[in-house]
Design a protein around this ligand. Structure first.
Ligand code: BEZ
Length: 260
């Protein structure tokens, strides 16, 4: 069957965040973060911007370390959950940050792969940092969720749907991201790719229905259950163990850089 034309990257990344759905299906995003927080090493009293703070679960940990933290996100639903934790958070497009040089550090976990205008992000982070300020981030790197995306693409092509709706995230290699940072006034201290097999507490269905809604909207509602089952069948040999537990093939890019 002929595949439909590629969606633009905005359509591929259309994502509506619901705080409850996120809590149920994606809490692991903030739970598996100790190493990137170690790289940040937040200090009492310093000002930190948490870019893509989501519902604030991790922002709270930075506050607990004594830092003065500002959160920024582009989901009102998640910001409202963060405000319930008493956090100082603001609606911002991470691709158009308008902060001056006021932060000692910019931190970001599991957010930058949603922001495909990566150069605009890096420029905004550079503007927000004081001289010698740190930029510490972890997000999806090259090869992230490769098996899942391949299964989604193959299924879309088989049904004559748009394979571009399978993905569209920004998953750079360390070399690409280092070059982007260096071109924008950063000196990279540490950068690497880390495979991080990630258990999915609500299975592949929970993950797909949380993160790939726009992909499934290509099918009538009555057919979506069948498509989900076919995807599970394709992915089970790689990502489901004998006891029925699912693990996603996450690969993280972790970076620590300094504003020159
Ligand atoms: C990630 O954290 O790598 C991720 C989360 C949702 C969709 C895709 C990737």
């Amino acid at each position: 069957m002929t595949a439909k034309p590629a969606a633009d990257s905005d359509a591929a990344l259309k994502q509506v965040w619901g705080a409850e759905k996120y809590e149920k299906n994606a809490r692991f995003v903030s739970d598996m973060t100790s190493e990137v927080v170690n790289w940040l090493a937040p200090k009492p009293g310093e000002r930190i911007l948490d870019l893509g703070c989501g519902d604030g679960a991790l922002t709270e940990k930075l506050v607990a370390a004594g830092a003065v933290v500002t959160g920024a996100d582009n989901s009102e639903a998640l910001l409202s959950a963060a405000r319930k934790r008493g956090l100082d958070v603001h609606f911002k497009d991470g691709q158009a940050l308008d902060y001056g040089p006021e932060f000692d550090a910019v931190f970001s976990n599991a957010a930058l792969h949603w922001m495909t205008k990566a150069e605009d992000v890096v420029k905004g982070v550079a503007r927000a940092l004081k001289k010698s300020g740190r930029f510490v981030a972890e997000f999806g790197g090259h090869g992230n969720v490769a098996a899942i995306v391949t299964a989604l693409r193959a299924t879309a092509i088989r049904y004559g749907k748009d394979p571009a709706l399978a993905a569209g995230w920004f998953y750079p290699t360390p070399a690409e991201y280092r070059a982007l940072l260096e071109a924008n006034g950063f000196s990279v201290e540490r950068i690497g790719l880390f495979p991080r097999p990630t258990p999915l507490p609500t299975g592949m269905r929970g993950w797909l229905s949380t993160f790939r809604e726009s992909y499934f909207e290509q099918w009538p509602e009555t057919q979506r259950e069948q498509i989900l089952s076919e995807l599970e069948t394709l992915l089970a040999p790689a990502l489901r163990d004998k006891a029925g537990n699912w693990t996603a093939d996450y690969v993280r890019l972790r970076v620590a850089a300094v504003r020159e």
